[in-house]
Design a protein around this ligand. Structure first.
Ligand code: WTA
Length: 634
């Protein structure tokens, strides 16, 4: 198989090659694909503006490279195995040939509804195969998809629709989540009240939840494809044409639309999937992420499918109808590679080993984690009880912005260490800097993680606001891409990610900006001001701790806290609800009005002595009062 690394020596060799001659290295991988016109130049870049282009003037379509490339050899191979929320409902197996037909047909249906190359389409759907079909159909005709996690609120959805002036929304009547059915079409209806760009909504029937179909705007999925041809010639795209936008939270303001383009993203997700998971042709691979996150894009849909892999999609939640559901699915389909998040591992570990007992789990070869730092305890439990000590764990570090995995072991090849993402993949050049931007050379150092050379899967811009991209990622340290993560490089040169060093909180692997949550809390009319920090949480990794100055004249503290949580849920979504709220008389601010979060973070974890220098505080007494009220946080 092309470009697969087999040994540690092979990895070291490929790594060196990728640094010494990146053009040769990446063009050899890109040659595996079908290009309608070959690129003129492999890479052009500078990190000032920034401007990064890969495979310049290459022409291709990413879905040609999933379907047409494999139809003769892999047409009958399962592309998607779909397991529904309810274990009593039959699962589905969809071959590459069948997925191809569905994709072509839906691509034609999109065109019939007036969609053209370059139009933006929002996908707000459950974890059903049609969600993957929707993404691939967009890619097929050159429409730009932006998947929004179906747990986000109407307000979050309309913000995203407006930011990219989406012309269409793809959704479903409802979403089965464990014992609940969430009427997501209603959320779309509400979101569309404050948007004007959307012309059509296509609704996939999943839950038979009653919905209100707006004449002229809304159309059922089954009606949209009725009588539509299953043959379609893919649009020719430039390497640097936009493939998708995915919104993610940062340290300031509203989420930004991370832009990924076609050629580089294709090459990068293909290469990293193959090598990190060491996928073999007959393997069944399962990533438990939702397609609303980057992990779902790169490692449920594009990466696996570009390798002709069988990718399992699960509609439900880990604990429904019982906490052994994941393991039941592993046995049912003889899953070989299993990729999940530390928060899921910790949540399942909390049920003890009993839920694992009925299952053999002997098909498993590789275990993966992503989304947040994994603690050693959870790592060992995963390794010993799920992998039975037989399966290497790939702790994969990467971001929405990076498009694919940057630092990770190669399964079975790189010796692992609990809680370490280990070594950079070929083509990835990390650098650690101190707060002044000085490089920390050698081993046994700790600092801010940056990347000094482009890789094909990296973001190109933030949609509609290139300056924001420069500001956020390329201005902190000159000439470097700044990740926002702290990192340690140990005595062996192994990388351990320490978590965010900016104002981003990672709750159950979901990124949330503190400012974003504060803005939502402040929407409550009785909240005067608030400050949000993260604190260690045994299952979620980090929890949200909110300090709020409130007017309590006409309601109880308990009721107000309930209302604040509802407000946040409505404005962002249930994932952003604060775990703890403390009503405070004031916030620690500097004379220039900046909230000293450092102090609030300490109070949240109960470290109430040594605050360091607080001489710049406007009102040092307020700190005492917050400490006194700490036990009222709930
Ligand atoms: C964190 C998810 C430690 C990190 C693919 C990063 C991790 C943020 C790991 C990106 C890991 C992701 N170990 N931390 N293996 N993987 N992170 O954009 O803080 O949802 O910056 O992308 O998650 O989150 P995002």
């Amino acid at each position: 198989m092309a470009r697969r690394i087999h040994t540690l020596a092979g990895y070291i060799h490929e790594y060196q090659r990728s640094v010494l001659n990146p053009d040769d290295f990446w063009s050899q991988i890109a040659e595996t694909f079908h290009w309608r016109k070959r690129w003129d130049k492999v890479l052009e870049w500078e990190f000032e503006t920034p401007s990064v282009k890969w495979f310049l003037n290459g022409k291709l379509n990413i879905t040609d490279n999933i379907f047409e490339r494999f139809l003769y050899t892999k047409g009958d191979k399962p592309a998607i195995i779909w397991e529904p929320n309810d274990p009593e409902e039959p699962h589905k197996v969809i071959s590459y040939k069948e997925l191809y037909k569905q994709t072509c047909q839906f691509a034609n249906a999109l065109k019939a509804q007036g969609i053209q190359k370059g139009d933006r389409i929002i996908i707000y759907m459950p974890m059903v195969p049609e969600a993957a079909v929707a993404m691939l159909a967009c890619a097929r005709i050159g429409a730009v998809h932006s998947v929004v996690f179906a747990g986000f609120s109407a307000n979050s959805l309309s913000d995203r629709i407006n930011d990219c002036s989406a012309k269409m929304v793809l959704t479903s009547d409802g979403n089965f989540r464990g014992a609940k059915t969430i009427p997501i079409k209603d959320v779309v209806d509400e979101a569309l009240e404050s948007t004007s760009s959307v012309e059509k909504v296509i609704v996939y029937e999943r839950t038979k939840t009653p919905v209100n179909m707006v004449p002229g705007r809304d159309i059922w999925w089954h009606d949209a494809i009725d009588g539509i041809s299953t043959e379609n010639t893919a649009e020719t795209m430039d390497s640097e044409d936009m493939l998708f936008i995915l919104y993610t939270s940062g340290s300031t303001g509203k989420p930004k639309g991370i832009v990924h383009t076609t050629g580089g993203y294709m090459v990068y997700t293909y290469y990293t999937f193959k090598n990190v998971f060491q996928y073999r042709d007959e393997d069944i691979y399962w990533c438990t992420a939702d397609i609303g996150w980057i992990t779902g894009h790169s490692y449920i849909v594009y990466g696996p499918m570009l390798n002709g892999a069988t990718t399992l999609m699960f509609e439900g939640v880990p604990t429904h109808p019982h906490p052994g559901r994941f393991w039941e699915i592993v046995d049912k389909f003889k899953v070989n590679q299993f990729y999940t998040a530390p928060t899921a591992i910790r949540a399942l570990e909390a049920f003890g080993n009993e839920p694992l007992q009925p299952y053999k789990l002997d098909s498993l070869k590789v275990l993966g984690t992503v989304g947040e730092p994994i603690n050693e305890e959870a790592w060992h439990w995963y390794h010993d009880h799920v992998g039975k000590g037989r399966c290497p764990i790939v702790d994969t570090w990467w971001q929405t912005e990076t498009g694919g995995i940057l630092i990770s072991p190669l399964a079975g090849i790189t010796p692992t260490k609990p809680a370490y993402a280990t070594l950079p993949l070929p083509g990835v050049q990390p650098i650690i800097v101190d707060n002044d931007g000085n490089e920390l050379k050698g081993n046994s150092v700790e600092g801010n993680l940056c990347i000094k050379f482009p890789w094909p899967g990296m973001l190109r811009t933030t949609y509609g606001d290139h300056e924001r991209c420069r500001q956020t990622y390329f201005s902190q340290y000159k000439g470097l891409y700044f990740t926002g993560d702290g990192v340690k490089r140990d005595e062996d040169g192994y990388y351990r990610i320490l978590g965010r060093v900016d104002d981003v909180i990672n709750v159950s692997g979901h990124r949330m900006g503190t400012a974003e949550v504060e803005n939502a809390i402040n929407e409550h009319p009785k909240v005067i001001e608030s400050a949000v920090v993260g604190y260690p949480h045994p299952i979620k990794g980090q929890g949200i701790y909110a300090y709020a100055i409130c007017d309590l004249s006409d309601r109880s503290e308990e009721n107000l806290k309930k209302e604040i949580r509802l407000t946040v849920s409505k404005i962002i979504g249930p994932i952003a609800k604060p775990d703890k709220i403390q009503i405070v008389p004031g916030l620690p601010k500097t004379r220039s009005g900046k909230i000293m979060r450092r102090i609030l973070r300490k109070i949240a974890v109960g470290e109430v002595d040594n605050f360091g220098d607080i001489s710049t505080l406007l009102d040092p007494d307020v700190v005492e009062k917050i400490i006194e009220g700490k036990d009222t946080a709930s």
